[in-house]
Design a protein around this ligand. Structure first.
Ligand code: HEM
Length: 431
């Protein structure tokens, strides 16, 4: 299917802009907060092997506050467009945000301060928001028989979400209860299901819609999509199961299957790039390509960890490459493009003169974000390997500069969007 085909009539399936954009705007705020907390807790990161504190709070401000938050906003808007099936009702999408956003803030406070009330209240609100998200997405997917590459990866992500949330809540209750037989093993299984399962499988599946759409190219074949979804599912069961049992060999085997799935996924997307009509790829796509490089590297470091090699080095480096090197680079790269893309689509809804995407985008803050983010990922990785807190602190400071620059891009985008709307009054009242 050619990219343009699922865009036909897409404007009729747009949710009110306040729904996806509230998730994107909140992700941008948590992005700044996450780097600021990591900067404050930089000394904790070298040799980090889990445990409450600023390190874990910063990690979840990024994973829940930026990665999952963006995935929710994107899924709510992208699935009805890609599957031509309604997703809603809108009030339920908004309720998801009202439950989840304060939950992320309170849970992060609990992870930083060890306040038991904050851990329990925050964890419950987060789990509630994620559960409602899963129900709304599941209802959409149940109506769809085509697009197997997207829908099967989305189902793998939803099953992983259930697993990560149950393990996450067990890890919280265990802080006081102390009932878990092997906390570190379950924390590692939680991280695998969360990073490669929920976020990872969503990223792989949505790439089959987003990449052809952004570069104007042929889509990925259903056969390739089905194959990577199945291999991802097998890899997750073996890796997360092996980790939960504390069996590095089995977890490592899952990693090897994962590498095969990643190889097939990247091969399919590189073929898409070869047949693209949009030749010049902007800053956002350089971030996506960088993320594609870090993904297999994160699995390789995970293999070293699973085989028990210097865990004080490999464990924090694995978590860093998985969450910051791959997922955060990919998700903020996508955000760089999906926000002006959606704003331009909404500006044309109801008969108004659509704003050109290029007119809505300020390139410099995006470039500063990309460079500062790349520097942050590299400096912190070097600091974790060299066990040098100063390098980690410099990296976190660079990450914060990048996050602030990204915020300036978003503020300017909103300013230009509003200026365009004011200058081009629409037809009958919009939503
Ligand atoms: C319901 C949502 C979640 C809850 C309640 C939760 C809770 C927790 C807790 C309590 C720990 C600490 C384990 C320890 O003592 O070290 C932890 C570790 C972790 N979480 Fe989450 N989490 C959630 C979602 C996520 C998501 C969505 C991601 C990633 C996309 C994530 C990634 C991680 C990672 C990488 C670790 C470190 C694992 C380790 O120490 O080996 N979490 N989580």
């Amino acid at each position: 299917m050619f990219a343009g085909q699922f865009m036909m009539g897409a404007q009729d399936r747009l949710l009110p802009p306040s729904i996806p954009f509230r998730f994107f705007a909140t992700a941008i705020v948590f992005h700044v907060a996450g780097w600021a907390v990591l900067l404050a807790g930089a000394d904790e990161l070298p040799g980090f092997m889990g445990g409450l504190g600023l390190g874990l709070a910063g990690l979840h401000l990024m994973t829940l506050g930026v990665l999952a938050m963006t995935a929710m906003g994107a899924a709510f808007q992208l699935l009805p467009v890609a599957t031509s099936r309604q997703l809603g009702p809108s009030w339920a999408c908004r309720l998801t945000w009202w439950l989840y956003t304060p939950g992320v803030a309170v849970l992060s406070l609990g992870l930083a301060s060890q306040f038991v009330w904050a851990l329990h209240v925050g964890g419950t609100l987060v789990a509630g928001g994620l559960a409602l998200f899963a129900v709304l997405v599941g209802r959409n997917l149940l109506q769809v028989s085509e697009l197997p590459g997207v829908t099967r990866h989305a189902w793998v992500a939803l099953v992983s979400l259930a697993g990560l949330a149950v393990l996450g809540l067990m890890l919280i209750v265990d802080i006081q209860g102390g009932f878990l037989p092997n906390r570190a093993a379950l924390a590692a299984s939680h991280a695998i299901l969360a990073g490669y399962g929920f976020m990872g499988s969503l990223a792989l599946g949505f790439s089959y819609v987003l990449v052809p759409m952004f570069v104007l190219s042929q889509g990925v074949s259903d056969r390739d999509g089905r194959r990577t979804a199945w291999l991802t599912a097998v890899a997750l069961v073996v890796a997360a199961g092996g980790a939960a049992l504390g069996n590095g060999l089995v977890a490592g085997l899952g990693g090897v299957v994962g590498l095969i799935a990643i190889g097939l996924h990247l091969r399919a997307l590189l073929a898409v790039l070869k047949t693209r009509m949009r030749k010049r790829l902007e800053t956002f796509f350089r971030m996506i390509k960088a993320a594609w490089l870090v993904l297999p590297a994160s699995v390789l470091v995970g293999l070293f960890l699973a085989l028990g090699d210097s865990p004080e080095l490999t464990a924090p480096l694995w978590g860093w490459l998985l969450v910051f090197g791959w997922l955060l680079t990919f998700v903020t790269g996508i955000l760089q493009r999906i926000m002006p893309f959606l704003a331009s689509m909404h500006s044309g809804a109801n008969g108004g003169k659509p704003a050109l995407m290029s007119r809505l985008v300020a390139d410099r803050p995006l470039l500063i974000h990309a460079i500062a983010h790349g520097l942050a990922v590299t400096l912190v990785a070097a600091g974790l390997l060299a066990q040098a807190p100063l390098l980690v602190r410099a990296g976190a400071a660079s990450g914060l500069i990048g996050a602030v620059s990204f915020t300036l891009f978003a503020i300017e985008l909103m300013r230009r969007y509003r200026a365009h709307e004011a200058a081009n009054p629409k037809g009958p009242a919009s939503c």
